[in-house]
Design a protein around this ligand. Sequence first.
Ligand code: A3P
Length: 309
Amino acid sequence: MSVSEGKKTMKEKFMAEIKKVAQQATKMTPEELKFSYKGILYPSLLCSEATFQAMEKLDAREDDVLIVTYPKCGTNWTIKILHEMLFEIHNKEPTLDQAMLEFGKPEKYEYLNQQPSPRVMSSHITYENIPKTFFEKKTKMLIILRNPKDTAVSYYHFSNNNPVLPSYESWDLFFKDYITGNVIYGSYFDFTLQWEKHIDDGNILVLTFEDMKADLPKELKKICDFYGLALTDEQIKLVQEKTTFSSMKQNSTKSHGNLGNVFFRKGEVGDWKSLFTEEQSKEVDAQFEKYLAGTKLGNMINYEKYCTF
Ligand code: A3P
């Protein structure tokens, strides 16, 4: 038995919610699908100012798992990894569904406060907007980075296939918004730079999508060490098998309903070459050079290897 086979009621609720917001989205213009809070754009059908304010009511715990990513950097993959790891240790289902910390109604934090540990939570919000409670409780945060070019291409397809996000008539139009940080959740570079300043604060583990693709067991062991999860090699292997792209894609209708194929699209490194022009590639190179070249996170992204034509 694996995590995905259980939790019927929670999953059903999640699916019903996806369906409901997708229907609402069909009646809205691209402008109506987003709103700005503290200078960053968010999806208006999923987040609200009231929810952001209520987030302060959340009581974080030392044994919470908080996965923080810029959109399209491997959030669902990492959530599944943690769920399967915790399932191996505790032999019970995760207590929360896959929705982001910032999605939903303001009352949700009272519900979260009542849920038993360990809680796996995820978010796309920037370092500065993470509720203070997580820092006070020294919650361990797992940050997943992905190279900015593949992230852009993944985000473009996602925007056009997920009804709750504003869609784009062309890749060129999306790229203009991406490079200026005018997309939902703001600039990739701002997001990453904020973490750069804090990665040595403690309780933070940074991994990359590309390293996970290249050698998943190695990265899984880093996660186990970080969270103190004593998984055997056999258990690591089981987690690996359940979290490969093909396995997750196969299971995606069960896990993500109609959006299964949207969340699990290609799962590759280097797909950016299918859409980027030479000029767009140079624009991202210039931004990388300006903001991230020579930084710790910039080095982890391995830009030369993954972002050169
Ligand atoms: P692509 O659009 O390039 O295929 P997120 O979960 O943050 O929205 O990220 C989605 C991206 O991660 C998608 O990228 C998706 O295919 C990829 N992905 C999801 N699960 C994966 C897995 N198990 N292995 C590799 N890539 C995965």
